[in-house]
Ligand binder design. Structure first.
Ligand SMILES: *Cc1c(COP(=O)(O)O)cnc(C)c1O
Length: 824
């Protein structure tokens, strides 16, 4: 027996191939309970994950101990969503173990790629917001910053999207069915979370009032921890997700003693709290369970933070110097009232003291200006579910309104109030988040400016130093180093691998645009990735795509403001051009779509059906001669994005200006060498500044022009359509059933909404979009010139690393410093 492995080896697990191999076999046999001959690919995945997890845990303990002994200030990132993606490759790559693991598995007759592919993709988020939280976790750990993610361990993630006759159909995402080898259940980390009940007023001997929240229903929040591996493995942070567990006294006061089945039923009901992620992107429909989810994870997280703080402190005075809580959108905003409640009702702090501590601890990130997406909970619901919090919100409001009355007229007071008094009274969560935070940020320069001019104009006037910008970023580890090995290797061969931790080093690639060999190799990497995507397309939707065609990609949630419809109308116009000119030589284009629609968003689902119907007609029309293909990939998620991003030539970022807060898909694509066609919206504005206006295709109205047009009230889509024969023809075809002969009326609602209001200004931007698109496609003929621009995109996207974003948050908002793990 090998002495090295046979000892009371309590130290770190070895990282060499032989040690890994032994670990794999041990885990497979003793924990998975299979022998090497009977093991399935899933067994091997579980085995590999558990063995890699051992290596992670060794370092995790050091990080946790280091932060604890130094009592360092920590940041707590509160988010309803963490769209982290698969972890095996991510953890292997960040530990530098990909090749060792590949070899170890090879030695056991197993291919790493097969193992990686069976890992379920934890879809605990809808899209950009959840993915941002995941990129931030990676950057926090990589920058050795003490950061915790706090969220919900949904038993069912975002629905699985399938197409049936071209229609989106939703299936449950039971991602935990085969267990989750990355997480550690912490049954001892359990906090009670209360709901309903009533508030009692109590007076002490001195006549001082205090409040008790009584007769409540209780649910327990139980912790599940997932280690977050920073690049290089120096720092391992923690993502703590809460799962609902019934308390034995849940049915107290509600159900008859001895009614066993009722009691079990109530257990099931209370555990529904963490059952499923709400699939609405940007809009939420006032559901009580959703509100309870928000409070559930926020309350548990705050209790956990205070317990940790109290290990070193006996008063709350230093809380803002030890803990920063970042609210990822308004979803966890009730935490502001919760911390106030705990400080005042449970620890007896005075109001002003509690408010000072609370507002210096919280900060808030705004993610949207769309009015329908601003959270506002009915007062009656908040009163019933969290009666004490409603009182506290009223009191926060009273303090604030008293202060502003001196310099405000009634309309201003009404706008600043935490309560919207129009119709049924509602609590404006954005206003509460703003008021209870010391810093409020937008996610791109344009979005932050618009915040100051629109939703938070009055607040900005009142607190001119509070709003600041933190342009989003993406982690270069997942989105270049792991997703695009071909390009990564090429880059490292020329400039070393320092870029993985310091993406600004990519600028050293810029001079290589004049290097013919480099351009050739850059193209070869892209072509390799396009082949990989083409194989994926063939496997999933059985369409044969031409690897030499221009891959024109729009992948993101389906929403009218993102204007997939504009892309589809241009696709139909291009289809007509090809049919009208049967002998002309067009640049072959493959339009690639992916994205889910919220299950209740009928117009978005109809747009998906339209895309699939157009694909059916175009892909089968012999006149097209393969010069245009349309592909819609089902079930867009992080793993699919990792295949698409490296293969794209053209990145569609075509939202109505002023409506996309930032976007991060735009960054992933440009970093991987796609040229952007886009509006001056969100981070596109800053992408243009960095890559240079010669290397991006900008079209359409600006945010200011959109605002003007809407305010002027003079926009008439009918006139625009009447004056543009290509657009009119495309619309006529869609509304007359050319793409839906089985149901010619099918797409009337889409065409009518364009004629009648065109709220998202699709028709207004159509002509400019088509012209600029044609320009882009023509440029693709000039292979060398296109490659130059693609290289300059990659070279100049370094600023969009989430490392840069996170360091700005750490400096300007959180005031936290890196902590290095304690020496052993
Ligand atoms: C990056 C990403 C998004 C965000 O895309 P946008 O184009 O910024 O809306 C959404 N979903 C997934 C799976 C992603 O990886």
């Amino acid at each position: 027996m090998d002495a090295r492995l046979n000892t009371r080896e309590i130290g770190r697990k070895a990282l060499d191939v032989e040690a890994l191999k032994r670990s794999f076999v041990e885990w497979l046999i003793y924990s998975v309970g299979k022998d090497t001959r009977a093991a399935t690919r899933r067994d091997w995945f579980t085995t590999a994950a558990l063995a890699v997890r051992d290596r992670v845990v060794d370092r995790w303990m050091d990080t946790t101990r280091g932060v604890y002994t130094q009592d360092a200030k920590r940041v707590y990132y509160f988010s309803m969503e963490f769209l982290i993606g698969r972890l095996l490759t991510n953890n292997l790559a960040n530990l530098g173990l990909v090749e060792a693991c590949r070899e170890a598995l090879d030695g056991l007759g197993v291919r790493l790629e097969d193992v990686v592919d069976v890992e379920p993709d934890p879809a605990l988020g809808n899209g950009g917001l959840g993915r941002l939280a995941a990129c931030f976790l990676d950057s926090l750990a990589t920058q050795n910053l003490p950061g915790y993610g706090y969220g919900i361990r949904y038993e069912y993630g975002l629905f699985e999207q399938r197409f049936e006759h071209g229609w989106q159909v939703e299936y449950p995402d039971n991602w935990l069915r085969f267990g989750n080898p990355w997480e550690f259940a912490r049954p001892e980390v359990l906090y009670p979370v209360q709901f309903y009940g009533r508030v009692e007023e109590v007076r002490d001997g001195a006549g001082r009032k205090s409040y008790r929240w009584v007769d409540t229903d209780k649910v327990h929040a139980m912790a599940f921890d997932t280690p977050v591996v920073g690049y290089g493995g120096e720092t391992i942070n923690t993502l703590r997700l809460w799962s609902a567990r019934a308390t034995s006294d849940f049915h107290f006061g509600h159900f008859n003693e001895g009614d066993y089945l009722k009691a079990v039923e109530s257990k099931v009901l209370s555990e529904n709290l963490s059952r499923v992620l709400y699939p609405n992107d940007a809009t939420d429909t006032g559901k009580e369970l959703r509100f309870k989810q928000e409070y559930f994870f926020t309350s548990a997280s705050i209790q956990d933070i205070l317990r940790r703080y109290m290990q070193h402190h006996s008063t709350f005075d230093a809380l803002p110097e030890k803990a920063a809580i970042q609210l990822n959108d308004t979803h966890p905003t009730i935490g502001i009232a919760e911390l106030m409640r705990i400080l005042i009702d449970q620890h007896g702090l005075e109001w002003d003291k509690a408010w000072d501590i609370t507002s210096r601890t919280f900060s808030y990130t705004n993610h949207t200006l769309l009015p329908e997406a601003l959270e506002a909970w009915p007062v009656r619901l908040v009163e019933r579910v969290l009666p004490r919090h409603m009182q506290i919100i009223y009191e926060i409001n009273a303090h604030f309104l008293t202060r502003i009355k001196r310099n405000s007229d009634l309309p201003r007071i009404q706008r600043l109030s935490l309560i919207d008094e129009h119709g049924d009274r509602r609590v404006r969560m954005g206003n509460l988040a703003f008021l209870g935070s010391h810093k409020v940020n937008g996610v791109s320069a344009l979005h932050t400016d618009l915040m100051k001019q629109t939703v938070f104009a009055d607040f900005h006037q009142e607190f001119p130093d509070r709003i600041n910008n933190k342009t989003n970023g993406i982690t270069p580890r997942r989105w270049l180093h792991q997703a695009n090995p071909a390009l990564s290797k090429l880059i490292s061969s020329r400039i070393g691998n320092g870029w993985v931790k310091d993406l600004s080093q990519l600028t050293a690639l810029a001079p290589k645009v004049d290097d013919e060999v480099f351009r050739e190799e850059f193209r070869r990497a892209k072509r390799h990735n396009k082949k990989r995507l083409a194989a994926y397309v063939a496997r999933h939707v059985q369409v044969d795509v031409n690897v030499d065609s221009l891959f024109d990609v729009q992948v993101k949630r389906i929403h009218e403001y993102k204007r997939q419809l504009l892309n589809l109308l241009q696709t139909v116009a291009l289809y007509n051009d090809i049919r009208d000119n049967p002998t002309k030589d067009f640049v072959p284009v493959t339009k690639i779509f992916a994205g889910k629609a919220a299950p209740a968003y009928h117009q978005a689902k109809l747009i998906i059906k339209l895309a699939n119907d157009i694909a059916n007609v175009v892909n089968q029309d012999p006149v097209v001669r393969g010069q245009l293909k349309v592909v819609y990939l089902p079930n867009y998620n992080v793993s699919q994005a990792e295949v698409i991003m490296p293969a794209a030539d053209l990145s569609e970022q075509i939202s109505t200006a002023g409506m996309e807060a930032s976007g991060t898909g735009n960054m992933k694509l440009a970093l991987n060498g796609a040229l952007t066609i886009g509006t001056l919206d969100g981070a596109n504005v800053e992408i243009r500044e960095h890559v240079g206006e010669d290397n991006i295709f900008i079209f359409g109205m600006t945010a200011a022009e959109v605002q003007e047009l809407k305010q002027g009230g003079g926009f008439n889509p009918r006139e625009v359509i009447a004056n543009n024969p290509r657009l009119k023809r495309a619309l006529d075809m869609i509304s007359s059933g050319v793409f839906s002969p089985d149901d010619p009326q099918r797409f009337r609602p889409i065409v009518e909404s364009l004629y009648n209001s065109d709220h998202f200004l699709v028709t207004a931007d159509f002509e400019d979009y088509c012209n600029v698109h044609a320009e882009a496609v023509e440029l693709y003929r000039d292979t060398e010139e296109w490659t130059r621009k693609a290289i300059l995109n990659t070279a100049n996207m370094g600023w969009f690393s989430s490392d840069r974003t996170i360091l700005e948050y750490a400096r300007d908002i959180w005031d936290i410093q890196p902590v290095l793990a304690a020496a052993e």
